[in-house]
Write a new protein. Structure first.
Length: 256
């Protein structure tokens, strides 16, 4: 009887912890979604978000520049307390954030984790590409979340980001382009250092410095530089549906 009681207690605790973990993960997703919606316009594409208690900081990119935004949750809603859009005027030190009302300990954690986040993304991108290497050969260097360095602040239809996602069909990829006002999904086939889609031709090349890998477009104004492993932060419901129909994903491959 006692053994049965202990087993039931253990199962209850396990279920409780699982539910708590799922709720916590969902809470993080909700916070990230709310923050991304808040800075969707006026800033560049976001590649990292750190949330600690009622404070958050993120990094966004626009062209060849990057900036930060710090937010505070008040009455259940996020409010920007630091970071001037497109002027790259932001706090880069703990003392500056403290003056903006962020507790010193949290300010230190925010900046530390943001730096760690950026470094970790590089490793995650390599791991993502390596995990898909058994299915894709030529496509691997293309896979990722790319920021468009050719973005023009005067042209609202300019592409902000391009995500190139794998499928379970060798060298078949999905290309997702996002502007401030719209999104498109194109199916592509990889041949060497070229992706051919129904509407474009993407080329994988070395940058002018010869250090950074970039992707250029035949028909669009693109100068893509990889900044992160794939994510679906900005994907609309329609985009997600198209990706599902095409068999493309932001996840690691299932073992088959």
């Amino acid at each position: 009887m006692r053994i049965r009681f202990i087993s039931c207690l253990g199962l209850s605790l396990a279920l409780l912890l699982t539910n708590f973990s799922q709720a916590f993960t969902q809470s993080q997703r909700d916070d990230t979604s709310a923050i991304l919606n808040l800075v969707r316009r006026g800033y560049g594409p976001v590649n990292s978000v750190v949330v600690i208690d009622n404070y958050a900081t993120l990094q966004y990119l626009l062209g060849q520049n990057s900036g930060r935004v710090t937010l505070k949750r008040q009455n259940g809603r996020w409010k920007i307390i630091d970071g001037n859009p497109r002027k790259f005027d932001y706090c880069g030190e703990v003392s500056c954030l403290v003056k903006k009302g962020v507790p010193r300990q949290i300010a230190n954690q925010l900046l530390t984790r943001l730096g760690d986040y950026s470094r970790r993304q590089s490793n995650e991108l390599k791991s993502f590409q390596q995990a898909w290497s058994k299915i894709h050969s030529s496509a691997i260097p293309f896979l990722g979340y790319w920021e468009n360095g050719a973005f023009s602040t005067e042209n609202s239809i300019s592409v902000l980001t391009v995500s190139i996602l794998p499928s379970y069909t060798p060298n078949k990829v999905c290309v997702v382009g996002i502007t401030e006002n719209s999104q498109y999904v194109e199916i592509g086939r990889v041949f060497g250092k070229i992706i051919n889609t129904e509407n474009d031709k993407l080329s994988f090349v070395k940058g002018l410095s010869g250090v950074y890998d970039t992707i250029t477009s035949q028909k669009r104004e693109l100068d893509l530089a990889s900044i992160a492993p794939p994510n679906n932060w900005y994907f609309s419901a329609e985009t997600k549906e198209k990706l599902q129909q095409a068999g493309c994903t932001t996840s690691l491959p299932n073992r088959r």
